[in-house]
Design a protein around this ligand. Structure first.
Ligand code: IMP
Length: 177
């Protein structure tokens, strides 16, 4: 049981299960990217733990870069603007793999992949530890998915509730009343 700011969470995916799946994902990626020297782009903050574990298990020479997303309302339109902060690499003609913690509505990931695609990488794929398929509002291709989960709020293993819970080693879901 995990309690954060009066909300109760129960273990949903144990650290052992996470590690097993991360190993499988790393093996798939390592096979698919032989001789490609991929560039992994880690989306902070939520993906830091997943990315660290995944990278330790990738058996390839590869590059790793970290970016943050700033989302803000655009004054002259109704849409939200998403800015990618921190990507210094030139990604043109390179094999890029985005590392994300969770895809929920997929609005963030759709925006990130559009912006990266515009920079003409040789290929662009996504690895996400978690995916809430029922909540997805954009049809994006997720090549590597750790776990498909129901539409429940989760914390731990990098994911937060109001800034807390990222350090918890298991993935926990909010208790249903
Ligand atoms: P999306 O644009 O709705 O797909 O949102 C993606 C981002 O929302 C993720 O990178 C997380 O930071 C956050 N998020 C979505 N669902 C959860 C959750 O269940 N727990 C914690 N953060 C979440």
């Amino acid at each position: 049981m995990l309690q954060i700011k009066k909300k109760a969470f129960e273990t949903f995916i144990s650290q052992e299960k996470i590690q097993e799946r991360v190993t499988e994902l790393a093996q798939m990626i390592s096979q698919d990217y032989v001789d490609k020297e991929p560039l992994f782009v880690v989306i902070l903050n939520g993906s830091f733990m997943f990315a660290a574990d995944l990278m330790k298990k990738i058996s390839l020479p590869c590059y790793i870069s970290f970016i943050k997303i700033a989302s803000y309302q655009h004054m002259e339109s109704t849409g939200k603007l998403t800015e990618l902060i921190g990507l210094q690499e030139d990604i043109q003609n390179r094999h890029v793999v985005i590392i994300e913690d969770i895809v929920d509505t997929a609005l963030t990931m759709s925006e990130i992949s559009q912006q990266l695609t515009a920079q003409k990488p040789a290929s662009l794929e996504i690895v996400t530890l978690l995916c809430k398929r029922e909540a997805m509002q954009k049809d994006i291709h997720l090549k590597y998915v750790g776990f498909d989960i129901p539409n429940r709020f989760v914390v731990g293993y990098g994911l937060d509730y109001d800034g807390l819970g990222r350090n918890h080693p298991d993935i926990c879901a909010e208790k249903q009343k």
